[in-house]
Design a protein around this ligand. Structure first.
Ligand SMILES: Nc1nc2c(c(=O)[nH]1)N[C@H]1C(S)=C(S)[C@@H](COP(=O)(O)O)O[C@H]1N2
Ligand SMILES: [Mo]
Length: 312
């Protein structure tokens, strides 16, 4: 694993024309505030207080089958720029507001259309054979990052529960705790955060359960203790701080799809040719890259793994 590259910024582009076009491009994005992305793409976060590191994860095997083909996002950028609506609607204050968040004791329930419902403690999950995979990540808001996740394929967890033939979908549910996340008291939103995949999407070898990133256990703002990563879909499809995984016969609820069905589809595969109703998806900006744009790739570049799931 190229651990030595973590935290380095291989693309510190400061070219003036980039800067000018960056402003225009950011203004066209669906991101709540231009300053929000600017602060990460421009590294303005560097002077902020240190984040307490989480324990290192030992004995992780790097899985070299998945090649990101671009530099890993600087760790500080990934840890300070977050979407986590339970804690904040903006990206910068999540890290502060989530700082003391914990689920303790933590259990993950796997139930529904399975022969063997499971309740796993954190120790059970941490004791599994964890691997590291560097994946490209694409938010529906047109920013992107490249993260070394640590975890296990979702398929291997689900197989332990023995899905029945009625299992056609997999539903994910995030934590629900108004004391720790007061925004969940706002019942205009359908809390808890939920997402869903078809069973074939969930069993695809790319679909991943992350317990760590950059070689350490997840920070609260990153979705501790466990989040789902679906790298060919927009980021909102991967729920953070998941407490329950339910196999179902019918299509499950999805938090953003329920709120804005037109803007956030259930399938939500990364696709440059399908614009969001309020912005283009043809380009994206990598966090930590000073606003450098590049074309969006269909399926976020993972077509060889998943295109067969979507015959036309
Ligand atoms: N429970 C929960 N999961 C969530 C979200 C959220 O608000 N709540 N936001 C999603 C979105 S839109 C994105 S882009 C990613 C952001 O992950 P990051 O903060 O590690 O970049 O988490 C996804 N999972
Ligand atoms: Mo997102």
């Amino acid at each position: 694993m190229a651990r030595g590259t973590w935290g380095s910024n291989a693309r510190g582009v400061t070219d003036a024309s980039f800067y000018a076009s960056r402003r225009r491009f950011l203004a066209s994005l669906g991101i709540g505030s231009v300053g929000a992305v600017g602060s990460v793409t421009g590294m303005r976060y560097l002077g902020q207080p240190r984040i307490q590191p989480r324990p290192q994860i030992s004995a992780v095997v790097g899985n070299e089958r998945f090649v990101a083909g671009r530099p890993t996002t600087p760790e500080t950028a990934a840890l300070r720029f977050n979407n986590f609506f339970e804690f904040a609607a903006d990206k910068q204050s999540v890290v502060r507001r989530a700082r003391s968040f914990r689920i303790d004791p933590y259990t993950l329930v796997i139930d529904g259309k399975v022969q063997r419902p499971l309740t796993l403690g954190l120790e059970d999950i941490q004791a599994l054979q964890l691997e590291e995979r560097i994946y490209r990540f694409r938010c529906v808001e047109a920013w992107a990052m490249t993260i070394p996740w640590v975890g296990i394929p979702l398929a291997s967890l689900l197989r332990r529960a023995q899905p029945t033939p009625q299992a056609k979908y997999v539903a994910f549910e995030s934590f629900h705790d108004i004391d720790q996340a007061p925004r969940q008291a706002n019942d205009h939103y359908p809390w808890p955060y939920r997402e869903g995949l078809t069973i074939d999407e969930a069993m695809n070898p790319l679909t991943f359960v992350a317990v760590g990133m950059y070689g350490r256990y997840l920070q609260p703002q990153s979705g501790a203790p466990l989040r789902i990563i679906v790298p060919w879909k927009y980021g909102f499809k991967g729920a953070k701080s998941v407490v329950r995984i339910t196999l179902t016969a019918t299509r499950p609820e999805s938090f953003w799809h329920r709120i804005h069905p037109v803007e956030y589809g259930f399938t939500a595969n990364v696709d440059p040719s399908v614009p969001h109703p309020r912005w283009s998806q043809s380009q994206e900006i990598e966090l930590g890259s000073w606003g450098r744009r590049r074309p969006t790739e269909k399926f976020n570049g993972y077509g060889e793994w998943v295109a067969h799931l979507y015959p036309r």
